[in-house]
Design a binder for this molecule. Structure first.
Ligand code: UDX
Length: 431
C-alpha cells in the first residue's frame, strides 16, 4: 500500500520503517529540514536498537523515502498517519496545535479518498476535531475520507520488536471500508486486531498507560511499607505477580516512572476526566506517589552520606530507562540537581545518553566513557538506570576502585546479601 507518515519522531519513524519492512511504500515527512537531511544520509536521530539497519535496508530497497513536503506524501498515499508530537501544556493538557496544522495541510492537498489515521496520543474526541478541521478546509467538498484512531503502544528501547510483534492493534473507526483496508495493512504483523468506536480507541491509549503507571506507583508505595516493616519488595512483588490476574511485569519498585509517555499521559488523562466532569483522584495519587518516590530516594542518599558537600559521587545511568538515550523526565535529573546544589562532585556514566544528558543537566558534571573510570576514588555509587552492564559489573573491582564502598541502588539490581558479604554499605528500594 502507499502510505505517508507525518511526523518522524519516535512513533513516526518506527511506524513508517516497520510498515516499509512488511512491503509497503512509505513516505516519511517532517518539517525539520535537518532531521530529514540526516535521515536521507542514513543518520538516525534517536537511539533505538535495530532501527538503523532497518531504515537503511528499506531505503536501499526503495520502499522508504524521506521528505519535508507534505503535499508529496498526501497526494501519493491512500493512508496517512499523523504522528506529530502532542506535548503537555503547563496545565497538563495536551497541546494539539501540531495535529491541527497537519489536518489543515491534509485538507489542502487531498485529491481523492484517503484514510487519515491519528497515531499521536491525543485526548478523546480529537479525531472528531480532525475530521471537522479537514471538512472545513477541504476545497472539493465531494472528496471522501475517513478519520481513524490507531493508538501506538511501542516502548522505547524495544520499539521495533513491539511494532513488529504487537499484543494487539486497536483501530477506532466508523467506516467498514477503512476497517477492511487497515485489516489488510496490519495482517502481516499478527496480533489481535480490535475494531472499536473512535472514542474508545482514544481512551484505550490513555487508560492503558495510566494503568501501567498505577501499577508502578502501587508497587513503589508497597516498597515503602516493606521498608517500614522489614519485608522485601522483590519477594512481595514475585508473590503478587505470580497471580495471573496481577502479572509479574511492571511490578519493579524503583525511583519512579519517567520518560515521555507515562508522566504526560497520566496528567493528560486527569485533565480529560476533569473536563468531562469526573475527578480522577486515583490517578492524582499515582502522580504524587511517583513524585515522592524520587524525593524519598534523595533522602536515602543524604541519610547514608550525611554530608554531601565536596564528596565525589558517581551516578551510573542517566536515561529514564535502559536501552534508550532518552532523558525526558528521567529520575536521574532531580537526583543530580539536588546533589549538585549540595555541592557534591558529580561523576556520571551512561552507555548512550551522555550527549542528550548534557543538554538538560547542569554544567559542572564530569562525564565518563567507561563505568569503572567514573568510579575511581568515589565515596558513593548511585544506580539510577538498570542497564545490563551495571548488573554484570565486577563487584570486587567496584569496591577496589572506590574510596568508600557505598552503593545506593535505585533499581534493585544487586543482591543485598552478596553486597553485604563483599563488605559494601548497600541501600536499595523496599528491602
Ligand atoms: C510506555 C508504554 O509502555 C508504551 O506502551 C507507550 O506506548 C509509551 O509509554 P516507555 O515510556 O517507552 O513506554 O517505557 P516503559 O518501558 O513502559 O517504562 C516507563 C517507565 O516506567 C520507566 O521510567 C521505567 O523505569 C518505569 N518502570 C517500568 C518502573 O519503574 N517499574 C517497572 O516495573 C516498569
Amino acid at each position: 500500500m502507499n502510505i505517508c507518515v507525518i511526523g518522524t519522531g519516535y512513533v513516526g519513524l518506527v511506524t513508517g520503517t516497520s510498515l516499509a519492512e512488511i512491503g509497503n511504500s512509505v513516505i516519511c515527512i517532517d518539517n525539520d529540514e535537518k532531521k530529514i537531511k540526516d535521515l536521507k544520509n542514513g543518520k538516525i536521530p534517536i537511539y533505538e536498537p535495530g532501527l538503523d539497519e532497518m531504515v537503511k535496508k528499506n531505503v536501499d530497497e526503495g520502499r522508504l523515502v524521506f521528505t519535508t513536503e507534505i503535499k508529496e506524501g498526501v497526494v501519493n498515499s491512500q493512508i496517512i498517519f499523523i504522528c506529530v508530537s502532542t506535548p503537555p501544556r503547563s496545565d497538563g493538557r495536551a497541546d494539539l496545535s501540531f495535529v491541527e496544522n497537519v489536518a489543515r495541510s491534509i485538507a489542502k492537498h487531498i485529491n481523492e479518498y484517503k484514510i487519515i489515521i491519528d497515531k499521536s496520543t491525543v485526548p478523546v474526541e480529537t479525531s472528531e476535531k480532525v475530521e471537522e478541521t479537514i471538512k472545513r478546509n477541504i476545497k472539493d467538498k465531494t472528496i471522501d475520507f475517513d478519520v481513524v484512531s490507531n493508538p501506538e503502544f511501542l516502548r522505547e528501547g524495544t520499539a521495533i520488536y513491539d511494532t513488529m510483534h504487537p499484543d494487539r492493534i486497536v483501530i477506532g473507526v466508523n467506516s467498514k471500508k477503512a476497517a477492511d483496508i487497515l485489516d489488510k495493512l496490519y495482517k502481516p504483523l499478527g496480533g489481535e486486531l480490535i475494531i472499536t468506536n473512535i472514542k474508545s480507541a482514544e481512551i484505550i491509549k490513555h487508560a492503558s498507560n495510566s494503568f501501567l503507571a498505577m501499577k508502578i506507583s502501587f508497587i513503589n508505595a508497597v516498597s515503602r511499607i516493606c521498608e517500614l516493616s522489614g519485608a522485601n519488595i522483590k519477594e512481595v512483588a514475585l508473590g503478587m505477580g505470580l497471580d495471573q490476574r496481577i502479572g509479574r511485569r511492571f511490578l519493579n519498585a524503583g525511583i519512579g516512572y519517567g520518560g515521555s509517555c507515562f508522566p504526560k499521559d497520566v496528567s493528560a488523562f486527569i485533565k480529560i476526566s476533569e473536563e468531562l466532569g469526573y475527578d480522577f483522584n486515583l490517578l492524582k495519587s499515582v502522580e504524587s506517589v511517583n513524585k515522592d518516590q524520587v524525593q524519598h530516594f534523595i533522602k536515602k542518599i543524604e541519610k547514608t552520606l550525611w554530608i554531601v558537600k565536596d564528596k565525589k559521587i558517581t551516578v551510573w545511568g542517566l536515561a529514564f530507562k535502559p536501552d534508550t538515550d532518552d532523558m525526558r523526565n528521567a529520575p536521574s535529573i532531580p537526583i543530580i540537581e539536588t546533589l549538585l546544589k549540595d555541592c557534591a562532585k558529580l561523576h556520571v556514566y551512561d552507555p548512550v545518553s551522555s550527549e542528550k544528558a548534557k543538554e538538560v543537566l547542569p554544567d559542572n558534571i564530569t562525564y565518563h566513557d567507561n563505568m569503572y573510570d567514573a568510579l575511581k576514588g568515589s565515596e558513593a555509587l548511585i544506580i539510577a538506570t538498570e542497564w545490563d552492564e551495571f548488573k554484570k559489573a565486577d563487584l570486587d573491582k567496584i569496591k577496589n576502585l572506590m574510596s568508600q564502598p557505598i552503593v545506593i541502588d535505585g533499581r534493585n539490581i544487586y543482591d543485598p546479601l552478596i553486597m553485604k558479604e563483599k563488605g559494601f554499605i548497600y541501600t536499595s528500594i523496599g528491602r
